[in-house]
Design a protein around this ligand. Sequence first.
Ligand code: ARG
Length: 462
Amino acid sequence: MTKSANTMWGGRFAAGPDAIMEAINASIGYDRRLAPQDIAGSRAHAAMLAATGIITDTDAEAIREGLLTVLSEIETGAFPFSTALEDIHMNVEARLRDLIGEPAGRLHTARSRNDQVAVDFRLWVRDQCDQADEALAALQASLLGQADAGVDWVMPGFTHLQTAQPVTWGHHMLAYVEMFARDRSRFADARKRMNTSPLGAAALAGTSFPIDRQMTAEALGFDRPMSNSLDAVADRDFALEFLASASICAMHLSRLAEELVIWSSAQFRFVKMSDKWSTGSSIMPQKRNPDAAELIRAKIGRIFGANVALMTVMKGLPLTYSKDMQEDKEQTFDAADNLMLALAAMTGMVADMTAERENLKAAAASGFSTATDLADWLVRELGLPFRDAHHVTGSLVAMAEGKNCDLPDLTLEDMQTVHDGIRADVFDVLGVENSVASRTSFGGTAPAQVRAQVAHWKEVLK
Ligand code: ARG
């Protein structure tokens, strides 16, 4: 072996790699983040090798001690990372050899970097699922706080971003609580499915050593070992499911962020963002920009991008491991980091914002938001078929538009010129408070319904 050949496989190599080969091949620049998982995996593996008599207890103990030293070196920043050693697996093992000598060489018995990286990355992604769940629960709590404070505050509900029907602030906030609950269940679902251990699949075919895969699976908190060694090293579904869940979650965040951008504008004034979550302009003194909301709105770009990127990397790859799969990590890390950041920012922003009750109410009353209530009244009280009621109401809206007023501002006489059966009690349904109070169907916007949902979520989230 020449001096420059790789110590891990240099046996058959006469020379080391070209500098550019080293640059394209190395993943240590980013997979160093997997160090805690790599060391946990190695400790479980070494303990199992000793328990099955494949290595001695003395060697296993030396490995265990050495790995703890490596971990503390990494934590304190003293660890000498080397690009020549390509990735976290070989960096850790080489350092272990420096520290404890010969026993380090026995750690890789019955193992390959292929099952090693599959374990490390799976453990890392599993942890991200847990973190996402925690962050989502905190966001739900923020939204619930808003819902609780304004459970019966009236605001316009929109379709096509056109005023549709009055709804309550609490109802609107709880819509997001529901979305984020589905996100939590997606992460939980993915976590459950990914929680099986690839360790012991070795390079791809399993091993002739009498290993105990159940033991390593248990030590690492997995439910069981994966049943097919080829699948174990070739599978990246766990990362894809995490990214898919993250993408949907980021999409939800972007919708809420968009609403906050619109609502905090001078034209809407539905919410006032706290100073803590706003920025000013260097030239326009009046500005209060919702930068955090805008950035959250944008995060879906890189998060869904990571999802598409990994799907594309995996597409068409023959079994089992191919080096293409090293491209699984960087974007997953980036997506996870940005999802967590976006969730934390949204949680703080929602908690600190103030809903402008009066503005919400004024907006709710404009734009003929109770036209449906009027049509329903015509059906209920005068027995009109809904289509006719719709037509009559349309004429009344046109009349109000012509007079530049809202529906409740029309006089009874005005209304009777359109339909002579209309009575004074029609005005009861034209008020926005009455409108929302009447929507008592399950899941509807009536404060009674919303209060019940708030109570439900308080119970769930406590
Ligand atoms: N750094 C590699 C990765 O992230 C580890 C696995 C390498 N395996 C191999 N057969 N070259 O995928």
